[in-house]
Design a binder for this molecule. Structure first.
Ligand code: 2AM
Ligand code: CA
Length: 267
């Protein structure tokens, strides 16, 4: 039933691969570290048209749109046309297209496609996670055996102290850190066993909706950084990990949030 979404996401990847003169169309959004190109808009327009042709009843909640058409919709797509825009601008070849389908208040389906490597991560709720059709299963490890991926939420300046504190507390406890610039790919990399825990103090639903379902279906625990359920509207912190390292991470965050100058600094 949802194979059509995978086909559409795959085709959208062609727009990313064929992009030329990317630097000529770069514009600032909220700040100098929050950038967008004409290709973000082109990919989103393509996804909007094709997904709503395939699912005319569905709404659409996409990064590059001012108005979000989700009020009163039982099902809607949560879309990041290019996650890892900074990598895209710098020709780092580490970006993806992320499409999640929210249905009756739950994530139902997710597809995250890395066009440069041809890796397609998918999951349907209750039916497992897959990488190019191969099932994914996370192994359970404690923090002490974990590679930690993270994002720095740099465009929300008030979160910087909490991110720095969390890095300071977590670094001696984990194997090492990785920072890739695409939250969706980071979370899918956990599902694929390339890393074991992920955190970011404040991101938007299109950065994690599809990938969080993929990780969950591969056995991950997923929540906001204070341990409360992930929110799929507006903005939220994100913690993804295994049965063992996720509670360890949440415990560190709760300790940090009790420090007097850390109140409200993790969303
Ligand atoms: P993007 O490339 O789609 O913008 C890295 O920390 C993560 O933060 C990426 O997934 C990146 O997604 C996301 N990001 C960048 N700017 C953002 C913003 N203004 N709000 C929320 N997430 C953002
Ligand atoms: Ca984006």
């Amino acid at each position: 039933m949802y194979e059509i979404i995978e086909t559409i996401v795959h085709s959208a990847g062609e727009i990313v691969l064929r992009a030329k003169h990317i630097d000529e169309s770069v514009q600032e959004k909220s700040s100098h570290c929050d950038l967008v190109t004409k290709y973000d808009g082109m990919v989103q327009e393509y996804l909007h048209r094709e997904l709503l042709t395939a699912f005319p009843e569905a709404g659409f909640y996409g990064e590059e749109e001012e108005e979000h058409d989700i009020a009163g919709k039982a099902a809607y797509f949560i879309v990041d046309p290019i996650d890892g825009t900074m990598n895209f601008i710098r020709h780092a070849r580490h970006s993806c297209i992320s499409v999640g389908l929210m249905k009756d208040g739950q994530m139902e389906y997710g597809a995250v496609y890395q066009p440069y490597t041809g890796e397609m991560f998918t999951a349907q709720r209750g039916k497992g996670a897959y990488l190019n059709g191969r099932p994914l299963r996370m192994r359970d490890v404690p923090l002490s055996e974990s590679i930690a991926m993270f994002g720095s939420a740099i465009y929300y300046r008030d979160t910087i102290p909490a991110t720095a504190r969390l890095m300071q507390e977590a670094l001696p406890l984990v194997l090492d850190f990785r920072r890739s610039g695409s939250a969706a790919l980071d979370i899918c990399y956990l599902a694929a066993g390339r890393a074991d825990v992920f955190f970011e103090a404040c991101i938007r639903p299109w950065d994690y909706a599809a990938a969080a379902l993929i990780a969950q279906e591969a056995g991950a625990l997923v929540s906001a950084l204070d341990g409360t359920p992930l929110r799929y509207i507006d903005r939220c912190s994100v913690a993804v990990g295994t049965k063992t390292n996720h509670p360890e991470l949440i415990k560190i965050v709760q300790r940090i949030l009790n420090e007097p100058d850390m109140k409200g600094r993790i969303k």
